[in-house]
Design a protein around this ligand. Sequence first.
Ligand code: SAH
Length: 250
Amino acid sequence: MDDLGLLIDFHKDAARQGPGGEEETRLALSLSGLINQKGLRIADIGCGTGSSAILLAEALGTEVIAVDFLETFLSELELRAKAAGVSDRISTLTASMDALPFEPLSLDAIWSEGAIYNIGFEAGIRDWRGFLRPGGILAVSELTWLTDKRPAELSEYWTNAYPEVATAAEKMALLEKHGYMPLGYFPLPRYCWIKNYYQPMKERFTLFLERHNHSEDAQALVNAERYEIDLYERYSDYVSYGFYIARAVG
Ligand code: SAH
Protein backbone atom coordinates (compact mmCIF):
# COMPACT_ATOMS: atom_id res chain seq x y z
CA MET A 1 0.00 0.00 0.00
CA ASP A 2 1.33 3.49 -0.84
CA ASP A 3 1.69 6.30 1.71
CA LEU A 4 -1.67 7.90 0.89
CA GLY A 5 -3.41 4.51 1.12
CA LEU A 6 -1.88 3.98 4.55
CA LEU A 7 -2.93 7.44 5.72
CA ILE A 8 -6.50 6.88 4.53
CA ASP A 9 -6.64 3.52 6.27
CA PHE A 10 -5.21 5.06 9.44
CA HIS A 11 -7.77 7.90 9.60
CA LYS A 12 -10.95 6.68 7.94
CA ASP A 13 -12.54 5.14 11.06
CA ALA A 14 -11.96 8.24 13.16
CA ALA A 15 -14.68 10.73 14.06
CA ARG A 16 -12.22 13.51 13.26
CA GLN A 17 -9.02 13.66 11.29
CA GLY A 18 -7.52 16.59 13.18
CA PRO A 19 -7.72 18.39 16.54
CA GLY A 20 -11.06 20.06 17.21
CA GLY A 21 -14.25 19.81 19.22
CA GLU A 22 -18.00 20.25 19.01
CA GLU A 23 -18.04 23.04 21.57
CA GLU A 24 -15.32 24.81 19.61
CA THR A 25 -17.22 24.50 16.32
CA ARG A 26 -20.26 25.96 18.13
CA LEU A 27 -18.19 28.81 19.58
CA ALA A 28 -16.88 29.65 16.10
CA LEU A 29 -20.46 29.53 14.82
CA SER A 30 -21.64 31.95 17.45
CA LEU A 31 -18.77 34.36 16.64
CA SER A 32 -19.63 34.09 12.94
CA GLY A 33 -23.12 35.55 13.26
CA LEU A 34 -24.47 32.80 10.97
CA ILE A 35 -26.89 31.44 13.54
CA ASN A 36 -30.52 32.29 12.75
CA GLN A 37 -29.72 33.27 9.15
CA LYS A 38 -31.91 31.40 6.69
CA GLY A 39 -31.20 29.77 3.34
CA LEU A 40 -27.44 29.76 3.65
CA ARG A 41 -25.07 27.98 1.29
CA ILE A 42 -21.97 26.81 3.14
CA ALA A 43 -18.97 24.77 2.02
CA ASP A 44 -16.91 22.75 4.52
CA ILE A 45 -13.56 22.32 2.81
CA GLY A 46 -11.33 19.38 3.75
CA CYS A 47 -14.29 18.02 5.71
CA GLY A 48 -12.86 14.53 6.33
CA THR A 49 -15.47 12.17 7.75
CA GLY A 50 -17.67 15.11 8.65
CA SER A 51 -17.27 16.17 12.29
CA SER A 52 -17.96 19.85 11.56
CA ALA A 53 -20.11 19.45 8.40
CA ILE A 54 -22.69 17.38 10.28
CA LEU A 55 -22.74 19.75 13.24
CA LEU A 56 -23.21 22.75 10.90
CA ALA A 57 -26.11 21.07 9.12
CA GLU A 58 -27.70 20.28 12.48
CA ALA A 59 -27.11 23.65 14.11
CA LEU A 60 -28.00 25.84 11.14
CA GLY A 61 -30.63 23.69 9.44
CA THR A 62 -29.09 24.80 6.18
CA GLU A 63 -27.37 23.39 3.09
CA VAL A 64 -23.78 22.25 3.65
CA ILE A 65 -21.54 21.19 0.79
CA ALA A 66 -18.94 18.81 2.24
CA VAL A 67 -15.76 18.95 0.16
CA ASP A 68 -12.78 16.62 0.32
CA PHE A 69 -10.49 15.07 -2.28
CA LEU A 70 -10.77 11.62 -0.66
CA GLU A 71 -13.89 9.70 -1.61
CA THR A 72 -13.36 7.18 1.20
CA PHE A 73 -13.84 9.96 3.75
CA LEU A 74 -16.89 11.34 1.93
CA SER A 75 -18.54 7.89 1.89
CA GLU A 76 -18.00 7.65 5.66
CA LEU A 77 -19.45 11.14 6.02
CA GLU A 78 -22.57 10.13 4.09
CA LEU A 79 -23.16 7.22 6.49
CA ARG A 80 -22.68 9.50 9.48
CA ALA A 81 -24.97 12.17 8.03
CA LYS A 82 -27.67 9.55 7.53
CA ALA A 83 -27.30 8.31 11.11
CA ALA A 84 -27.54 11.92 12.35
CA GLY A 85 -30.68 12.50 10.26
CA VAL A 86 -29.20 15.35 8.19
CA SER A 87 -28.43 13.69 4.87
CA ASP A 88 -31.05 15.83 3.13
CA ARG A 89 -29.03 18.93 4.05
CA ILE A 90 -25.54 17.66 3.19
CA SER A 91 -24.17 17.13 -0.28
CA THR A 92 -20.68 15.80 -0.88
CA LEU A 93 -18.26 17.08 -3.49
CA THR A 94 -15.03 15.35 -4.44
CA ALA A 95 -12.66 18.17 -5.31
CA SER A 96 -9.26 19.52 -4.48
CA MET A 97 -9.21 22.64 -2.36
CA ASP A 98 -6.87 24.36 -4.80
CA ALA A 99 -9.30 23.89 -7.72
CA LEU A 100 -12.79 24.33 -6.27
CA PRO A 101 -15.59 24.31 -8.84
CA PHE A 102 -17.69 27.07 -7.20
CA GLU A 103 -19.01 30.13 -9.00
CA PRO A 104 -17.56 33.48 -7.87
CA LEU A 105 -19.51 35.08 -4.97
CA SER A 106 -21.69 31.98 -4.64
CA LEU A 107 -21.13 31.02 -0.98
CA ASP A 108 -22.39 32.58 2.25
CA ALA A 109 -19.68 30.88 4.28
CA ILE A 110 -16.58 28.76 3.98
CA TRP A 111 -15.77 26.49 6.90
CA SER A 112 -12.52 24.56 7.16
CA GLU A 113 -11.13 22.83 10.26
CA GLY A 114 -7.56 21.57 10.32
CA ALA A 115 -7.29 21.40 6.55
CA ILE A 116 -6.26 24.70 4.94
CA TYR A 117 -2.59 23.93 5.68
CA ASN A 118 -2.68 21.50 2.77
CA ILE A 119 -2.47 24.44 0.37
CA GLY A 120 -1.11 26.88 2.94
CA PHE A 121 -3.12 29.43 4.94
CA GLU A 122 -2.28 32.45 2.79
CA ALA A 123 -2.99 30.78 -0.57
CA GLY A 124 -6.20 29.32 0.86
CA ILE A 125 -7.67 32.53 2.26
CA ARG A 126 -6.62 34.45 -0.87
CA ASP A 127 -8.08 31.98 -3.36
CA TRP A 128 -11.27 31.13 -1.45
CA ARG A 129 -12.11 34.83 -0.94
CA GLY A 130 -13.51 35.00 -4.49
CA PHE A 131 -16.16 32.36 -3.76
CA LEU A 132 -17.64 34.36 -0.87
CA ARG A 133 -20.41 36.85 -1.42
CA PRO A 134 -19.72 40.31 0.06
CA GLY A 135 -20.14 39.97 3.81
CA GLY A 136 -19.62 36.20 3.58
CA ILE A 137 -17.96 34.36 6.44
CA LEU A 138 -14.67 32.48 6.59
CA ALA A 139 -14.11 30.18 9.58
CA VAL A 140 -10.86 28.22 9.55
CA SER A 141 -8.62 26.54 12.07
CA GLU A 142 -4.90 26.77 11.51
CA LEU A 143 -1.70 25.77 13.31
CA THR A 144 -0.70 28.73 15.47
CA TRP A 145 2.08 29.71 17.88
CA LEU A 146 0.45 30.78 21.13
CA THR A 147 3.37 32.86 22.40
CA ASP A 148 6.12 35.10 21.09
CA LYS A 149 8.88 32.60 21.96
CA ARG A 150 8.97 28.82 22.09
CA PRO A 151 11.30 25.87 22.76
CA ALA A 152 13.72 25.08 19.93
CA GLU A 153 12.69 21.42 19.61
CA LEU A 154 9.06 22.39 19.06
CA SER A 155 9.90 25.25 16.75
CA GLU A 156 12.12 23.05 14.61
CA TYR A 157 9.55 20.27 14.29
CA TRP A 158 6.60 22.42 13.25
CA THR A 159 8.52 24.89 11.12
CA ASN A 160 9.83 21.94 9.19
CA ALA A 161 6.42 20.21 8.92
CA TYR A 162 4.53 23.44 8.15
CA PRO A 163 6.63 26.51 7.34
CA GLU A 164 3.61 28.85 7.58
CA VAL A 165 3.10 28.21 11.30
CA ALA A 166 2.93 31.68 12.91
CA THR A 167 1.33 33.67 15.72
CA ALA A 168 -2.33 34.73 15.76
CA ALA A 169 -1.27 38.36 15.18
CA GLU A 170 0.48 37.32 11.97
CA LYS A 171 -2.51 35.26 10.80
CA MET A 172 -4.89 38.16 11.52
CA ALA A 173 -2.67 40.48 9.48
CA LEU A 174 -2.90 38.06 6.55
CA LEU A 175 -6.69 38.02 6.84
CA GLU A 176 -6.74 41.83 6.73
CA LYS A 177 -4.31 41.89 3.81
CA HIS A 178 -6.58 39.61 1.78
CA GLY A 179 -9.82 41.51 2.27
CA TYR A 180 -11.29 40.10 5.46
CA MET A 181 -12.38 41.75 8.67
CA PRO A 182 -11.36 39.48 11.58
CA LEU A 183 -14.37 38.84 13.82
CA GLY A 184 -12.83 36.47 16.31
CA TYR A 185 -9.97 34.20 17.28
CA PHE A 186 -9.52 31.56 19.93
CA PRO A 187 -6.98 28.77 20.37
CA LEU A 188 -8.29 25.21 20.61
CA PRO A 189 -7.92 23.97 24.20
CA ARG A 190 -5.69 21.02 25.04
CA TYR A 191 -8.51 18.44 25.19
CA CYS A 192 -9.25 19.08 21.50
CA TRP A 193 -5.86 17.51 20.79
CA ILE A 194 -5.51 14.92 23.56
CA LYS A 195 -9.03 13.67 24.28
CA ASN A 196 -10.65 14.30 20.90
CA TYR A 197 -7.79 13.47 18.53
CA TYR A 198 -4.69 11.77 19.93
CA GLN A 199 -6.39 9.44 22.43
CA PRO A 200 -8.71 7.85 19.83
CA MET A 201 -5.73 7.72 17.48
CA LYS A 202 -3.61 5.83 20.03
CA GLU A 203 -6.45 3.33 20.39
CA ARG A 204 -6.22 2.61 16.65
CA PHE A 205 -2.44 1.95 16.58
CA THR A 206 -2.52 -1.78 17.41
CA LEU A 207 -5.19 -2.82 14.92
CA PHE A 208 -3.66 -0.61 12.24
CA LEU A 209 -0.26 -2.25 12.68
CA GLU A 210 -1.85 -5.70 12.61
CA ARG A 211 -3.80 -4.91 9.43
CA HIS A 212 -0.50 -4.02 7.76
CA ASN A 213 1.55 -6.88 9.22
CA HIS A 214 3.75 -4.37 11.04
CA SER A 215 5.18 -3.19 7.72
CA GLU A 216 8.03 -0.72 7.88
CA ASP A 217 5.85 2.05 6.45
CA ALA A 218 3.00 1.41 8.89
CA GLN A 219 5.45 1.35 11.81
CA ALA A 220 7.05 4.58 10.60
CA LEU A 221 3.65 6.29 10.48
CA VAL A 222 2.82 5.20 14.02
CA ASN A 223 6.26 6.26 15.29
CA ALA A 224 5.88 9.69 13.68
CA GLU A 225 2.47 10.14 15.35
CA ARG A 226 3.90 8.98 18.69
CA TYR A 227 6.63 11.62 18.45
CA GLU A 228 4.10 14.33 17.55
CA ILE A 229 1.90 13.34 20.51
CA ASP A 230 4.85 13.38 22.89
CA LEU A 231 5.87 16.81 21.63
CA TYR A 232 2.35 18.17 22.02
CA GLU A 233 2.02 16.78 25.54
CA ARG A 234 5.23 18.52 26.58
CA TYR A 235 4.66 21.83 24.81
CA SER A 236 0.92 22.46 24.64
CA ASP A 237 1.41 25.94 26.14
CA TYR A 238 3.11 27.07 22.95
CA VAL A 239 1.19 25.65 20.02
CA SER A 240 -2.37 24.81 19.02
CA TYR A 241 -4.80 25.29 16.23
CA GLY A 242 -6.21 28.81 16.25
CA PHE A 243 -9.79 29.23 15.09
CA TYR A 244 -10.14 32.36 12.92
CA ILE A 245 -13.53 33.80 12.07
CA ALA A 246 -13.58 36.63 9.55
CA ARG A 247 -15.93 38.47 7.19
CA ALA A 248 -15.25 39.19 3.52
CA VAL A 249 -15.26 42.97 3.12
CA GLY A 250 -16.36 44.91 0.05
N1 SAH B 1 -12.03 18.85 8.82
C1 SAH B 1 -11.83 17.47 9.23
C2 SAH B 1 -10.60 16.82 8.56
C3 SAH B 1 -9.26 17.49 8.83
S1 SAH B 1 -7.89 16.55 8.16
C4 SAH B 1 -11.72 17.39 10.73
O1 SAH B 1 -11.48 18.42 11.38
O2 SAH B 1 -11.84 16.28 11.26
C5 SAH B 1 -7.61 17.33 6.59
C6 SAH B 1 -8.58 16.92 5.50
O3 SAH B 1 -8.23 17.62 4.31
C7 SAH B 1 -8.55 15.44 5.15
O4 SAH B 1 -9.86 14.96 5.13
C8 SAH B 1 -7.93 15.39 3.76
O5 SAH B 1 -8.44 14.34 2.94
C9 SAH B 1 -8.33 16.74 3.21
N2 SAH B 1 -7.44 17.23 2.15
C10 SAH B 1 -6.09 17.23 2.13
N3 SAH B 1 -5.64 17.82 1.00
C11 SAH B 1 -6.73 18.19 0.30
C12 SAH B 1 -6.93 18.83 -0.96
N4 SAH B 1 -5.90 19.23 -1.70
N5 SAH B 1 -8.19 19.06 -1.38
C13 SAH B 1 -9.26 18.68 -0.61
N6 SAH B 1 -9.14 18.05 0.56
C14 SAH B 1 -7.89 17.81 1.02
